[in-house]
Structure formats: C-alpha cells, structure tokens
Design a protein around this ligand. Structure first.
Ligand code: MET
Ligand SMILES: [Zn+2]
Length: 345
C-alpha cells in the first residue's frame, strides 16, 4: 500500500495494529534544532526556522524517522498567524508558513521512503526502521501560552480576560489551515488547562475539521495539568470529542508519567500517548533549560516498559530528547513485542 492510499483512510486502531500494537513518536524538535546550532531565542521559537532554515527542520525530521519514529510532529508548535503578523508578514504569507511546516515533514517522509527502498539494512539491527511502514505527519498546535512566549504554557494561567471565545478565535484559522495542508492528524500539544482543551474540542466539532486529532497535556506535579486543573477533567473533554483519537501527556518529567497514565486511563478507552521531556526544568525567565535536573537516555529508556505496561501505546520524547532517545525507545519497544522479528511492514 502506498502512503497516500494509507493516509487518506487511516484510523488510529488500524495504524497501531499495523505498527505492532504500539507506535514511536519522535523526540524534541525545537531543542534538537537548537542542538544543531539554530538560535530560537525569538517569540516564534522553532517556527523561526520555517523562515530561516527549513532544510534543518527536514534534516531533524529525517533523523527521527531513521531513529525509528512512526509519527513526526511538524514545526508549527509556535507558528501562529498572529505571531507571524507581529513580524510584519501578511495573512497569506503566514498561512503559507503553516502549510510549509507540513510540507517539510511530508518531504522528509518521502525522502525516508525513498532511502528505505534503496537500502535493506538499517544499521541498528532491525528492519522495521527502514521498511515502508505507515508514517504519520502530525501538525503541531501549541497553546495560546506558547504564542505569548512568557512561560504561561507551563502555568496555564491566562488571567480572567481570556475566555473560551478568545481561545477559539485565536486558534480557529490556524487549525483550519493545518487541517487542509496534507497532515494526517493535528497534535494539540502541551495543553496547559481545561479551558484550552474545551476550545480545541469545540473548534474540531464546529468547523468540521476533516482530520483527527490528539490532545496532549503537560503536568508539573504528577497529578494535575500545569494550571492545577485535574488531569481527569481535561482528559474527559478529549474523551467526549469524537475527533480525538488519542489522549495523553507530553513535555513532563519522566518520573510523573506512570501515575498520569493511570489518571488518563480512568476516563478514556482511547489510545494513550506519552512523550515526556528529559526531566530537565525550563527556566522561563532565563529562557533556558536547567541542566543536571534531567535523566540520562538510559534512565529515560528504563521507564519505557513500565509506561507500555501501564497502558501507553504511543511513546516518544519531548524537549531535550534527541534521535538517540528515540532510537533507544524504538529498540526497547521492538524487543518487547511480537514485532521483534523483521517483518514486511
Ligand atoms: C514545549 S513542548 C514542544 C513540543 C514540540 N513538538 C517540539 O518538540 O518542539
Ligand atoms: Zn516539550
């Protein structure tokens, strides 16, 4: 089956079944761009590279695919029409940049498939990596707090003046454009509070968005999402929305993940996704990650079977994880499943 036939008709359960019951999500994109030398100290963060270095974005996507990722997330996390306009771009130019984020990821997937057909050995001992397996492109939507670039994506506190309507109007056009850009799904990531989850759910229904979505929340206490709203209430909103095909957690320290999976599981039977950060803390004032607070790739990976057993079926990494983290996750998961033998997927 070629990818176009696959992606026009995919369902999450079919995708997971074809991938052996689990799927590998990619790792941190923005922090990996930084590791390659990109300067993201800008309100647009990784979206700045859509303008200044699209090839670097493509390279990082490709690195993640070669490390074993089945799902790659676009560089649109902090790409907003409002943010681009603040840089002097027109509405049309802003929308093209959103489309470009998806186009770059699709190009990386095509290049990867091309290489896979030329080469049968992946260098890390398992053919799944270079087989023509289904790969999904997830169009990232970061929160309103990410656009504000003031750290409120990690506290979820937008103040009383920001209402459900504010959030829906803020995201509406961006979501419409991304949904029509050739992506397989929308990844609503790092959702910091219940109000924003509600806004996304209403947008998906009201605008009859044609591709499915996942909702992924972040937590800094292992119990609630970062605003203090109970994770169970946030995940219930995702559960009630027909367009949502997976629910979970991202950009959260590994040590909290197991407990958070259990909370999500109590309110939904939808597949659970998790892509924790490296465990380092982000200092919003200094705009940098505080090293020494994180876990090594080995420690991160020692959690993978625990997360899988706890019920997560989509596993990857967020900020400060790298292709090495993803390669290690991929190895653990493929060793623990019936997929350990090279298959023809
Ligand atoms: C702050 S979470 C960022 C998520 C985004 N997908 C990235 O890796 O860049
Ligand atoms: Zn992150």
């Amino acid at each position: 089956m070629n990818h176009d036939e696959y992606s026009s008709s995919w369902t999450m359960s079919d995708f997971l079944q074809k991938s052996g019951g689990y799927a590998v999500i990619d790792g941190g994109l923005a922090t990996e761009l930084e590791r390659h030398g990109a300067d993201l100290n800008d309100p647009l963060w990784s979206a700045k590279c859509l303008i200044s270095s699209p090839h670097l974005i493509r390279t990082v996507h490709l690195d993640y695919l070669e490390a074993g990722a089945d799902i790659i997330i676009t560089a649109s996390y902090q790409a907003t029409i409002q943010g681009f306009k603040a840089k002097g771009l027109s509405g049309k130019e802003s929308e093209s940049l959103l489309q470009k984020s998806v186009q770059i990821a699709c190009e990386a997937r095509d290049m990867y498939y091309e290489r896979a057909s030329e080469c049968s050995y992946d260098g890390i001992g398992n053919k799944r990596v270079l087989n023509k397996r289904p790969i999904l492109v997830a169009a990232s939507v970061g929160s309103y707090g990410a656009y504000l670039a003031d750290g409120s994506e990690y506290d979820g506190n937008y103040g009383d003046t920001v209402t459900l309507t504010t959030l829906k109007e803020f995201h509406r056009r961006r979501v419409q454009v991304l949904a029509e850009s050739g992506a397989d799904l929308i990844a609503f990531e790092t959702i910091p509070n219940k109000l924003e989850a509600q806004a996304y759910a209403e947008l998906l229904e009201e605008d009859d968005i044609k591709i499915p979505a996942w909702f992924s929340f972040n937590s800094k206490d292992g119990l609630n999402v970062v605003s203090g709203d109970p994770l169970s209430e946030c995940a219930s909103i995702a559960d009630s929305c027909k367009k949502v095909v997976a629910v979970g957690i991202n950009c959260t320290p590994p040590r909290f993940i197991r407990g958070l999976i259990s909370s999500v599981q109590k309110v939904t039977t939808k597949p659970i996704l998790i892509y924790p950060n490296s465990g380092e803390t982000y200092d919003a004032d200094r705009k940098e990650w505080v090293q020494s607070t994180g876990v090594s790739d080995e420690d991160f990976v020692s959690y993978v079977n625990i997360w899988r057993e706890a019920g997560a079926s989509l596993i990857g990494g967020c900020c400060r994880t790298t292709p090495n983290t993803i390669r290690a996750i991929y190895k653990v998961l493929s060793a623990g499943s019936s997929d350990a033998q090279p298959s023809s997927k």
